[in-house]
Design a binder for this molecule. Structure first.
Ligand SMILES: [Zn+2]
Length: 594
């Protein structure tokens, strides 16, 4: 109520004054790296308020899950410039309010426990420190636009620091972030990483390899250069001067997280010489690098400026992630790492994944985007029945959009032109996010025709994508190798635990679903025969046959009847159509740079 006494103008002036004066400096050290701790000192100077509130983000942009980073914070204390302890209280799960009656400066100390291996969480041990900034650095409430300096004190054994942050001139191990959005978007790798560099598209690229591995640096330089140049060609411009790849090589690892001028990738350390794994790694490089345009700069309206306290809802992850997933493999094809045949195999693989997932008929991809926070990142045993991946489905919508535009413009335009137009209009010209409607209008302008069918049926509804129509434009067709098969199907997946067959999923609409089998049921017998191999025993039955299963459910034996149905699994192969005319083949060449 007190706030109402201020006139809005006065309030704004006060906020600006506060913001203009405050200085924030972080000092990061590691007194117990073996126990996975990061010691953080945060100094906030030039205060002029009764209280100072600092907060830890609850999530990290690019990974749509509330992770509650404050749960790893301990030992929070605050003192003034003379070392006198200031009283502080936690006001929410991630906020600390410090009483600063006369102090001009506050020194905050806290420790962060960092022992979660992933591309979006911090990890420290004797071998290295990976700082994912949203889980390490606090911000002053309302002051995300303030700059910050970060000084790192590595332990003696660590000799390298890799980050997209600018170094602070004249100071060793010190960095500058012009605001907290950039600080939170700049992971820091500290240790003895193997660093190599290459120039591509006018940008200096640094690759920081942690964890060793059987990679060939010269080959990586050549291949990563090709990807960078092919992707830059889509947009005609590469906005960075410098870009950092932080690669975590673990025993088994994967995944990546995009940032404005850097990325963090996970790789299995001895997989670089396996050609399939190597192509997958290049595809991951292509994916995260494409994000520097799509999502970091061409962004859905809700994704920036970010709210670090709450979920940031968008219906557009099918564009932000799905289109990036489409481009990662397309780039691997265009640069020649995938042959034409291999690329068709990759595409049909994605189609098989979505077409064999019952959730594809249940959850529209726009809804899958919106609910990423509670569904995609928090799957359960029923997820296959109720959800669809906005990566896979989104990439197939990108595909049909690309083919529709290519066909409508006789190959003069394609999805590349939509991406470039989005970048020019919403990043360069307007410097803001695009809305659902704006994306559609722009795509329709490029295509020169309405795209209502794609939106009404495939984005906002769950109708089956008419792949035959779109592939026909480029002289390709899908052949289902299982179309004539009539095999019996129970509709379960299971694992064998201590010799027991335990059900792990039940497919929607299957015999198991209708008959009432449950996840966690143990299958003991079928028709009075002991089951040793469930799949083998089902294969001896017939479609339409009624079977009786003896199960153990929570210690009680039960008989369950189920009527086997035809196995609905689809196994598409994408192949050139014999009837393809010259125009279609020409369009195909243009699309895939054949
Ligand atoms: Zn992505």
């Amino acid at each position: 109520m007190k706030r109402l006494l201020f006139t809005p103008l006065l309030l704004i002036t006060m906020i600006i004054e506060t913001q203009a004066q405050t200085k924030i400096a972080f000092d990061v050290s590691f007194t117990e790296p073996q126990a996975h701790y990061v010691d953080v000192k945060m100094e906030v100077s030039a205060l002029n308020n009764e209280y100072l509130e600092v907060k830890m983000p609850v999530w990290t942009p690019g990974s749509y899950l509330i992770r509650e980073f404050a749960r790893n914070v301990e030992g929070f204390t605050a003192s003034d410039e003379n070392g006198i302890i200031l009283s502080s209280t936690k006001t929410t799960k991630n906020a600390w309010k410090i009483h600063t009656p006369k102090s001009k400066k506050v020194k905050i100390n806290y420790r962060v426990y960092a022992f979660e291996i992933s591309v979006r969480t911090s990890f420290v041990d004797m071998s290295h420190a990976f700082l994912s900034p949203t889980s390490i650095f606090m911000y002053v409430t309302g002051q995300l636009k303030q700059p910050a300096t970060i000084t790192i004190h590595p332990i003696t054994a660590w000799t390298q620091i890799s980050t997209g942050l600018e170094t602070l001139q004249g100071k060793a191990n010190s960095f500058y972030a012009p605001n907290f959005d950039i600080l939170f978007d700049s992971p820091i790798e500290i240790g003895t990483q193997d660093i190599f560099e290459f120039d591509a598209a006018g940008v200096k690229h640094e690759v920081a390899m942690y964890g060793g591995g059987n990679y060939d640096k010269e080959r990586l330089k050549r291949d990563m250069t090709k990807i960078v140049e092919e992707e830059t060609a889509v947009f005609d411009v590469n906005p960075n001067k410098r870009y950092v790849f932080i690669v975590h090589n673990y025993n088994t690892s994967g995944g990546g997280l995009e940032h404005l001028n850097s990325t963090v990738l996970g790789m299995s350390r001895n997989s670089y010489t396996d050609e399939n794994s190597y192509a997958n790694f290049l595809s991951l490089v292509a994916h995260e690098y494409f994000h520097l345009w799509n999502v970091k700069r061409i962004r859905p309206f809700a994704l920036g400026p970010f709210d670090y306290d709450n979920e940031n809802y968008t219906t557009n992850l099918w564009i932000a992630e799905g289109f990036t997933a489409y481009y990662d493999n397309l780039m691997i094809r265009r640069t020649g790492f995938y042959s034409f045949e291999k690329y068709l195999e990759v595409l049909s693989g994605v189609i098989n994944v979505i077409e064999n997932q019952p959730g594809n008929r249940v959850q529209p991809v726009s809804e899958a985007s919106f609910d990423a926070w509670i569904k995609a990142y928090r799957p359960n045993e029923n997820s296959r029945n109720s959800t669809i991946s906005y990566y896979d489905k989104g990439s197939m919508i990108a595909l049909v959009l690309d083919l529709e535009i290519l066909n409508a413009t006789q190959g003069k335009k394609g999805l590349d032109d939509v991406m470039k137009a989005l970048y020019d209009e919403y990043h360069i010209k307007q410097n803001r996010g695009y809305t659902d409607a704006e994306f559609k209008v722009l795509a329709e302008q490029v295509a020169g025709l309405p795209l209502d069918t794609i939106y009404n049926d495939y984005v906002n509804d769950t109708k089956q994508i008419n792949f035959a129509k779109y592939f026909n434009y480029v002289g390709l067709q899908l052949v289902d190798d299982l179309a004539t098969k009539n095999t019996p199907y129970l509709g379960t997946t299971s694992v064998v635990k201590e010799g027991k067959i335990i059900i792990t999923t039940i497919a929607r609409g299957s015999a198991a679903w209708t008959g009432g089998l449950n996840v966690n049921d143990e299958i003991i017998g079928i028709d009075e025969n002991r089951v040793n191999d469930l799949d083998k025993m089902i294969a001896t039955k017939k479609v339409g046959q009624k079977i009786t299963l003896l199960i153990n459910r929570d210690g009680l034996l039960k008989n369950i009847d189920a009527t086997l149905t035809r196995n609905p699994t689809i196994k598409f192969r994408l192949v050139p159509a014999e009837s393809a005319n010259e125009a279609a083949v020409a369009l195909r060449r243009k699309w895939l740079k054949l």
